[in-house]
Design a protein around this ligand. Structure first.
Ligand code: ATP
Ligand code: MG
Length: 139
């Protein structure tokens, strides 16, 4: 059953380049309500656990190194059909393939440094939100 919630991270490249405000504005304009938000930095162990599904992939080391390289903004977003609609808003994993107007088209520079994370299922949205937020940080 749809939870109407998804989880996002503005990745270290977005924070480093000063895009937090612009990306949050796009998220708000697309009709998402922010249910939880924080700036944090993942440790090596955090990133390995968060991206465990990709641990066998050749880019895993690079992914962990990048995601721990600086602070991120983690958030839980609420909207009808949140997971699917947010994936549309962020665009394809590779910004070269991302549609015009999507967050990755506007703010990502490469497949690795692709500006934002978006959950790929309701189940993972719940797991990922709980990874970063306690119950009393979610509104
Ligand atoms: P995310 O999970 O971050 O929202 P995604 O769901 O679009 O991205 P995944 O397949 O889950 O893409 O990959 C997770 C992340 O790993 C990507 O966002 C990207 O930063 C990195 N990644 C994926 N494929 C590659 C690759 N071939 N080379 C380098 N990095 C990659
Ligand atoms: Mg993914």
């Amino acid at each position: 059953m749809a939870t109407n919630r998804t989880f996002t991270m503005l990745k270290p490249d977005s924070v480093e380049k000063g895009y937090i405000g612009a990306i949050l504005e796009k998220i708000n304009a697309a009709g998402f309500r922010i249910a939880a938000i924080k700036m944090t930095q993942m440790t090596d162990a955090d990133a390995r656990a968060f991206y465990a599904v990709h641990s066998a992939r050749p880019f895993f080391g690079e992914l962990v190194e990048f995601m721990t390289s600086g602070p991120i903004v983690a958030a839980i977003l609420e909207k009808e059909n949140a997971v699917e609609d947010f994936r549309v808003l962020i665009g394809a994993t590779n910004p070269a393939d991302a549609a015009e107007g999507t967050i990755r088209k506007l703010y990502a520079s490469s497949m690795g440094e692709n500006a934002v994370h978006g959950s790929d299922s309701d189940e993972n949205a719940a797991i990922e939100g709980a990874f970063h937020f306690s119950g009393r940080e979610i509104f």
